[in-house]
Design a protein around this ligand. Structure first.
Ligand SMILES: *[C@@H]1O[C@H](CO)[C@@H](O)[C@H](O)[C@H]1NC(C)=O
Ligand SMILES: *[C@@H]1O[C@H](CO)[C@@H](O)[C@H](O)[C@H]1NC(C)=O
Ligand SMILES: *[C@@H]1O[C@H](CO)[C@@H](O)[C@H](O)[C@H]1NC(C)=O
Ligand SMILES: *[C@@H]1O[C@H](CO)[C@@H](O)[C@H](O)[C@H]1NC(C)=O
Ligand SMILES: *[C@@H]1O[C@H](CO)[C@@H](O)[C@H](O)[C@H]1NC(C)=O
Length: 544
């Protein structure tokens, strides 16, 4: 086969995969759904994930059904991130981590054999050397996972933490009572000094080690973030996958709920300029739906603390939050009785081409402006047919009002969105019912989003857009940030929401990655025939 045939094959790939959205078999969801039964760090059981308020019942608007809850939880429970600020004063909090670092080559180092024999076994420098001898040098920007096999104990507190007592994880001298496999301080130091990785993840309770926690320090001081209680690491091969892990964007968070998904068929390696963060940080001032509870960051620790024989910096917080606040996802069950709750949304449907439809001109002087079928047709006339599996973002320009309650909601009333006659008090742009139905019936999209507070325009109480989108089990994202920066096409959206069992919606980390930073793995046939000669030249960033 001549090089020109190779180009033809690549071109076929280019056409078939002009837009990427993974199939179910191409991903590994490495996230546990948190619930009131999830394990909590010993001694902190009372502060574990819980529902603070649950509403499930009939209402006199929309489709006649509403589910809407408030939750409280620690940052560091179930699958979560430790931001560098957790253990290193002045280092990155969650919102400071540049979003391109949430994507990278996934590699897995397996220490499960020795962990089975001794639960206090750790990843050592030697294990990293062995991995590199077989697989080559750990690539720059990699996300390194340590497989201990501890996932099998996720429902057994005694086995998972290596602790059968009821009290604090540390005794009165500050010595740890826990026993689980983790990362040796020396291995953490070696990684921080000799390799340029973005993150380290582990399936056990912590990067550890269980007796000292000191592996956190060299990583944190080098702004390498950590993922703990990672699910399904048994399914990840030692190399060949890429991964995205996106934390809920808690302002000044020392960590937080983390969604992790690994991909078999693509390489995702964005530069800083290739990622647009479409998420607002959550803090106590985040505007909240009329009458709804506020987000509350509850600082538990921020200072030096004794850990065994050492004194270390420690920050950690809990938070309470409505499900529907800030940049968030509505699950179909929010308004559709009996439909999917947040943990039932299939993970592979969270990723697809991002397109933006701009109605900001007509909305500038009319807070009741709606996106119409004509706007969609005009968009297609300019940009081509809305691709399959697209996320359709409505850009109204309302993002500029997000810190101004009266402008954002179009009312001064902070407790009611409807008056006693049932008429809507709120004003902001949204999708018209016709446009929503047209999208559902004529295009094969995975979801929609808006920079305003609801996918429905403020002035409707029948909520036709919600009913159409959620009725079709599509994603509905609200208060999407930075839509002014998103071009009409050319990006892929990652909708990584917090996963809690039975949620009606969830705070979501939403980012868009430039398509040119996502390359399909080399076509298999070509790979076999031309691996040596051409792979380096064509396999990366051939662009689409
Ligand atoms: C949990 O783990 C402990 C310690 O490994 C073991 O003794 C116990 O039988 C396990 N419990 C269950 C229910 O599997
Ligand atoms: C807990 O572990 C300790 C030390 O291994 C052991 O002596 C004790 O009997 C265990 N207690 C329970 C309730 O299993
Ligand atoms: C957020 O609000 C809660 C409740 O009023 C309060 O306890 C907490 O200290 C506040 N957090 C910050 C960071 O101000
Ligand atoms: C703390 O120091 C004491 C005395 O040097 C030593 O026996 C002990 O093993 C140390 N603890 C840890 C967790 O390193
Ligand atoms: C908000 O609206 C409700 C319902 O119409 C009304 O009872 C209440 O007085 C209003 N509050 C303010 C501050 O206008």
């Amino acid at each position: 086969m001549a090089p020109s045939s190779v180009l033809m094959l690549l071109l076929c790939n280019y056409i078939v995969h002009a837009y990427w959205s993974p199939a179910a078999h191409e991903i590994i969801d490495m996230t546990y759904a948190v619930s009131e039964d999830s394990l909590v760090w010993p001694g902190r059981e009372r502060d574990g994930f819980r529902y603070k308020r649950i509403y499930r019942g009939p209402v006199d608007f929309g489709a006649g059904w509403l589910e809407d809850n408030d939750i409280c939880r620690p940052e560091h429970q179930s699958t979560h991130m430790d931001a560098p600020a957790h253990f290193a004063r002045g280092k990155w909090h969650v919102q400071d981590i540049p979003p391109h670092r949430f994507f990278g080559t996934a590699i897995k180092v397996d220490i499960s054999a020795k962990a089975d024999i001794n639960p206090n076994s750790n990843l050592e420098v030697e294990d990293l050397m062995n991995w590199e001898r077989i697989n080559g040098k750990i690539p720059d920007g990699a996300i390194l996972f340590v497989f201990t096999g501890w996932g099998k104990y996720i429902n057994n507190r005694t086995a998972f933490f290596g602790y059968n007592g009821t009290g604090n994880a540390r005794d009165s001298d500050g010595n740890s009572r826990l026993n689980f496999p983790a990362v040796a301080e020396s291995a953490a130091k070696w990684l921080a000094e000799n390799r340029r990785i973005s993150a380290v993840g582990i399936d056990s309770p912590s990067i550890g080690p269980s007796k000292t926690a000191l592996a956190h320090l060299p990583l944190s001081k080098n702004n390498i973030y950590m993922a703990e209680v990672v699910a399904n690491l048994d399914k990840l091969p030692p190399k060949g996958y890429s991964v995205a892990m996106l934390p809920v964007k808690i302002k000044d968070g020392s960590g937080g709920p983390l969604r992790i998904i690994a991909f078999k068929t693509v390489q995702i390696s964005p530069d800083p300029a290739d990622v647009i963060d479409l998420t607002y940080p959550l803090d106590n001032n985040t505007v909240t739906w009329p009458g709804s509870a506020s987000f509350e960051l509850l600082v538990r620790r921020r200072g030096y603390t004794r850990l065994g024989n050492n004194t270390v910096w420690l920050e950690s917080n809990d938070f309470c939050s409505p499900e529907h606040i800030g940049t968030h996802l509505d699950a179909p069950a929010h308004f559709i009785k009996g439909s999917w709750r947040i943990h039932q949304i299939p993970a592979h449907t969270l990723i697809g081409p991002a397109i933006r439809v701009d109605i900001s001109k007509k909305a500038a002087n009319n807070p009741d402006a709606v996106l119409t079928v004509k706007d969609l047709r005009d968009w297609e006339y300019e940009n081509g047919r809305i691709p399959d599996n697209a996320m359709v973002f409505l850009y109204s320009g309302w993002g500029k009002y997000v810190n101004n309650y009266e402008k954002y909601f179009g009312t001064t009333n902070r407790t009611h969105w409807k008056n006693d006659q049932g008429q809507a008090l709120v004003h902001f742009p949204g999708f018209s019912g016709e446009a929503a139905e047209w999208l559902v019936n004529n295009r094969k999209i995975i979801g929609v989003g808006t920079d305003a507070r609801s996918v429905d325009a403020g002035q409707t109480t029948s909520l036709p857009a919600h009913v159409a989108f959620l009725g079709a089990k599509l994603l509905a994202l609200e208060s999407v940030a930075n839509l002014d920066k998103l071009p009409p096409t050319g990006y892929t959206a990652f909708v990584f929401h917090m996963v809690h069992v039975d949620g009606s919606g969830a705070p979501t980390r939403l980012v868009a990655v430039k398509n040119s930073a996502i390359s399909l793995k080399y076509h298999n046939i070509v790979k076999k025939m031309y691996a040596r000669k051409y792979s380096r030249k064509y396999s990366r960033r051939f662009g689409f």
